[in-house]
Design a binder for this molecule. Sequence first.
Ligand code: NAP
Length: 352
Amino acid sequence: MAPIRNSAVIFAEVPTGYPEVGKHLKYVDDRTIDLDTVEAKGGIVTKNLVISIDPYMRGRMRDPSVKSYAPGFQLNEPLVNFFVGKVVKSDNSRFKIGQYVYGMGSYEEYTVHPKEATDTIKILSEEELKLGIPLTAWVGAAGMPGQTAFHGFYDIGEPKKGETIFITGASGAVGQIVGQFAKREGLKVIGSAGSDDKVQWLQKELNFDHAFNYKTATAKDELAKFDPLNIYFDNVGGDQLEAALDAAANEARFVECGMISQYNERDAHGIRNLMQIVAKRLKLQGFIILDKYKDANFMKDFYTKVPKWIASGEIKIKEDVTKGLEKAPEAIVGIFQGKNFGKAVIQIADDA
Ligand code: NAP
């Protein structure tokens, strides 16, 4: 077989503010791969079907010599993130050709995963595939963002029936799942999002008790209408975190999941009422879900429950699927402008 195209999205330049299409993130279609001769190096070669877009990718768009919890992207190499692919070549007894796998992959059509890169790759079992949830869901509610919601809400939020929770970024990949877990557990659920359509969906489809558009109403005014908060699930930081501190009940739990409002800001203003943490005896806890990838019990619990809840419709999922790697740079930049409605994901290829 002759070499075939292996187009990719390349990290071309380190951004200082918002990343730009064609400048910092570039689609390139002049790369090739020869599937007959390429070596799997003790690992596998995958045809990539689906790859996730997640806000933490902004943090990886830095000079790779700067240390952080996830490695920086390599300049002039494809972006890296959670993917679902099909094994097309295997040099490793754990994998068979035709299996579907989930793990860290690359923004390209085919990827060589050498042996050391395969340790964390999960094989989607026959039983899991039989659930019939879309492949995109394995990088969403049944993947990293779902795990983030599951760990953050249950382990850090310590929810109790009848309590009040406030979720920011509520229509996004993590927020929509947290909201549904909270309804399952009998909490009063308040959410905020950045458009009226998103707000309507939260109330009508997900049965949030209240939702508001943080661009046209302030969290301070909206939260004042309700009981003090027992849990704040923070996806955005900034003004809404400040409002939640003022609206918190004594001994409330703050699940510090993310602060997307700050990711592209170099001169973000600080939180001015941190004294509330002392006065109200609050617990604020940050976490990085990647740590839980080493916790086999957590992963077993997650994969036994959540994909089934999705398949049965107990947990609804809303995805924002962009078809084609060539449109990926725009879709990545779009999540920092609220353009995604639901979990943002790229469909690289059809499952054929
Ligand atoms: P997402 O919500 O699906 O997508 C990002 C959304 O953030 C956008 O659609 C937009 O929605 C909102 N947004 C963008 N800029 C904003 C701003 N300046 N102020 C307020 N909202 C803004 O993303 P996700 O995957 O669910 O992630 C949500 C948060 O969880 C992020 O902070 C992410 O970094 C964090 N996270 C943390 C972990 C962890 O391990 N700790 C793991 C996964 C995700 P609107 O239209 O509502 O503005």
